[in-house]
Unconditional design. Sequence first.
Lengths: 149, 102
Amino acid sequence: MKQQPGNEVLLRFLSRSANEGFARTAAACFVAQLDPTLEEVNDIKTAVSEAVTNCIVHAYPNCLGPVQMRLRLFEDRTVEVVVKDSGVGIADIEQARTPLFTTGNGERSGMGFTIMESFMDQVKVRSRLGKGTTVVMRRRLSSRAAAPV
Amino acid sequence: MSIACTGEGRTLRAALSGEVDHHRARALMGELDTLIESALPRSLTLDLSGVTFMDSSGIAVVLRAWRRMGELGGVLRVSGVPAQAGKVLRAAGLDRLFALED
């Protein structure tokens, strides 16, 4: 049976670069109720920053568009982050996930997906050209005494 | 100017502070480019002790400074690396190119 989330939040914002900081700070605030370690919070903030930056840089290269971020907390201390856009989509997901690959200019490192993969337990990417991209990331937090959801 | 620069002659220390993400990366790259081109340092130390957050945009900022210093025959040092930024830079393998000092 599928686990039901203990708590959930849904945010929708425009693909402005100022919202990169907003999204990762909002994620950190929401996850704080599970009493994560500082390193766990920082890892989740970093992964969120990468996923949201991808929407801003790649999904909507020449315009602004909606970005949706859903955060869910599960009883087993799993944090799920879903970042979804309705942008241009990714032609080759495997290539996009390859370290150092970027369609951006010299200002991008091509390490976004690599960072998401190293900082989260699981990263899934679904994309359709012209329809958009959804990134689902999960991270199970370490057990801490007295940490109710 | 969000980079505090100190040093004399051709030994420079540039202190970055705050959050280094895509939103700020272009401005930081521009400032570092200007700094390097105007001083042509032999040694540039990027002091990251004031950096409160860094994502892969920061990797591009540091790599760009490292490449430019290499072209000039100089050296880049990266010091005061906070834990979070260090984890990002190490995940990208930058510790194989230069030392990341605490």
